[in-house]
Design a protein around this ligand. Structure first.
Ligand code: NAD
Ligand code: MG
Length: 394
C-alpha cells in the first residue's frame, strides 16, 4: 500500500488524481488532503477517502472543517497553514506527495516533501521555476524521486532513454516541447487587448484551473514549462524547441542524434500522466479512453509567434538570464494574472507588467529560499505598483 498526500486536493489536478486513486483502492491510500478556500468540497473528499489529516488555510477555517468532519470523518485530524502543509508533505508515513497547489505558495511544502525523500509528483511548476537549483539540490541530497505531472514533461520523461541521467546526454539531441497555442492562437492581434477572463479560460483542449488557463492563453505557461524542463532534465533553453501543435495529441517529443524522434501521444486528459507517475515504473488503468487515430486524422505543427505571445519571449529571456530571473518573472506573472482575472488589467497588460518588472528588478543569485522569497515579494510589490499606476492613467 502506498500512502499519498494530495496538496491542492480541491483543484483540477486534485480531482484527476483522486479519480485515478479511487480506481485502485488496493494500491493507494489517501494519507492527507489539503485545500485553501473550498471547505465543503474538502469535507466531502474526507468523507470519501477518510484521510488521517486534512489541511486548510487558517485557524478559523480549520474549526469550520473540524465541525463538518465530526459526523462524516471523525478520525481525520485538521491542521492549518504552511506548517500544516509541510507537516503532511514530509510525514514519515507518507510515500508519495502530489504537489498540486497553484503558484508560489506551493514552494515550501513541495520542498519539504523533497527534503523528506518522498516520491514527489510535481504539478506545481511554479515551485521549480522559482527555486529550481535549491529544489533539485533538495531532491538529490535526500534521494527523493521527482516525477513530472505536467503532461509535456511527463511525455519527455517517457521518451527519454531508461536510466537517463541529466549529466550525460545518452544520445539525446533536443527536446520538442509542444504547445496548443491556447484559445487566442488565431485571434487578430488588434483584438487581443479586449479578451475577457472567460474567453482566456476557455481552453480548446484542456480543462484546468483559471491561473494556468490564462498562462496558456498568453503562452507564459509554455515559458514556465521551458524553465521547468531545463531543471528536470538538465537542459539549456537552446536544447528545447517550442512547437505549436493545436490538437494536443502529441504531448512532447525527444530527438536523438541518430535522427529518431520519440513522441508520447494520448487524449488530452491529465489522468494519463498522473496514473503514469502514481504507478511508475509500472502501468495502471487511468480511466482515459483510447486515442482514436482515425478520428484524430491529422497532426498540425507551426512555429510560435513571439509577437503574439510576448510572455513566451520574456520567459525565454528569464531562462537565459538565470539567477532569480525566473522567480521574478513568475511572481510578476502571478500578480498580473490575478489582476487580469479580477478585471483590473487588460489581457495584453499581463506581458507588459511582467516585462517592466523584469527590466527593473534586482536579480541576485538564489542562494537560499529566503533570497528567493525576498525576490518574489519585491517583484509582487513592483507588479502591483505598476498595475495601480496604469489603472490611474486609464
Ligand atoms: P486549481 O486552481 O484548479 O487548484 C489549485 C489548488 O491549489 C486548489 O486545491 C487550491 O485549494 C490550492 N490552493 C490555491 N491557493 C492556495 C494557497 N494560498 N494555499 C494553499 N493551497 C492553495 O489549479 P490546477 O489547474 O489544479 O493546477 C495546480 C497546479 O498544477 C498548477 O501549478 C498548475 O500549473 C499545474 N498544472 C495543472 C494542469 C491542469 O491540467 N490543471 C496541468 C499541468 C500543470
Ligand atoms: Mg503542461
Amino acid at each position: 500500500m502506498q500512502y499519498l498526500t494530495v496538496l491542492g486536493a480541491t483543484g483540477s489536478i486534485g480531482d484527476s488524481t483522486l479519480d485515478v486513486v479511487s480506481r485502485h483502492p488496493e494500491r493507494f491510500s489517501v494519507f492527507a488532503l489539503t485545500a485553501h478556500t473550498q471547505i465543503a468540497k474538502l469535507a466531502s473528499l474526507c468523507e470519501t477517502f477518510k484521510p488521517r489529516y486534512a489541511v486548510v488555510a487558517d485557524k478559523p477555517s480549520s474549526l469550520v472543517l473540524a465541525e463538518q468532519l465530526q459526523t462524516v470523518s471523525p478520525d481525520t485530524e485538521v491542521l492549518f497553514g504552511e506548517e500544516g502543509l509541510c507537516q503532511v508533505a514530509s510525514h514519515p508515513e507518507v510515500d508519495m506527495v502530489m504537489a498540486a497547489i497553484v503558484g508560489a505558495v506551493g514552494l515550501r511544502p513541495t520542498i519539504a516533501a523533497a527534503e523528506a525523500g518522498k516520491k514527489v509528483l510535481l504539478a506545481n511548476k511554479e515551485a521549480l521555476v522559482m527555486a529550481g537549483d535549491l529544489f533539485m539540490d533538495a531532491v538529490h541530497q535526500a534521494g527523493a524521486t521527482l516525477l513530472p505531472i505536467d503532461s509535456e514533461h511527463n511525455a519527455i520523461f517517457q521518451c527519454l532513454p531508461e536510466g537517463y541521467q541529466t549529466h550525460t546526454r545518452m544520445g539525446v539531441k533536443k527536446v520538442l516541447l509542444t504547445a496548443s497555442g491556447g484559445p487566442f492562437r488565431q485571434t487578430p492581434l488588434a483584438e487581443l487587448s479586449a479578451m475577457t477572463p472567460e474567453q482566456a479560460c476557455a481552453h480548446p483542449n484542456w480543462q484546468m484551473g483559471r491561473k494556468i488557463s490564462v498562462d496558456s492563453a498568453t503562452m507564459m505557461n509554455k515559458g514556465l514549462e521551458l524553465i521547468e524542463a531545463c531543471w528536470l532534465f538538465g537542459l539549456t533553453p537552446d536544447d528545447i524547441e517550442v512547437v505549436i501543435h493545436p490538437q494536443s495529441v502529441i504531448h512532447s517529443m525527444v530527438e536523438y542524434i541518430d535522427g529518431s524522434i520519440l513522441a508520447q501521444l494520448g487524449n488530452p486528459d491529465m489522468r494519463t500522466p498522473i496514473a503514469h507517475a502514481l504507478a511508475w515504473p509500472e502501468r495502471i488503468f487511468s480511466g482515459v479512453a483510447s486515442l482514436d487515430m482515425i478520428q484524430t486524422a491529422r497532426l498540425d505543427f507551426e512555429a510560435p509567434d513571439l509577437e503574439r505571445f510576448p510572455c513566451l519571449r520574456l520567459a525565454m529571456d528569464a531562462a537565459r538570464i538565470g539567477a532569480s530571473g525566473p522567480a521574478v518573472l513568475n511572481a510578476a506573472n502571478e500578480v498580473a494574472v490575478e489582476a487580469f482575472l479580477a478585471g483590473e488589467l487588460e489581457f495584453t497588460g499581463i506581458a507588459q507588467v511582467v516585462e517592466e518588472v523584469l527590466q527593473h528588478a534586482e536579480l541576485p543569485e538564489p542562494a537560499s529560499l529566503d533570497v528567493v522569497q525576498a525576490c518574489d515579494l519585491a517583484a509582487r510589490q513592483a507588479a502591483r505598483d505598476i498595475i495601480r499606476e496604469r489603472s490611474g492613467k486609464h
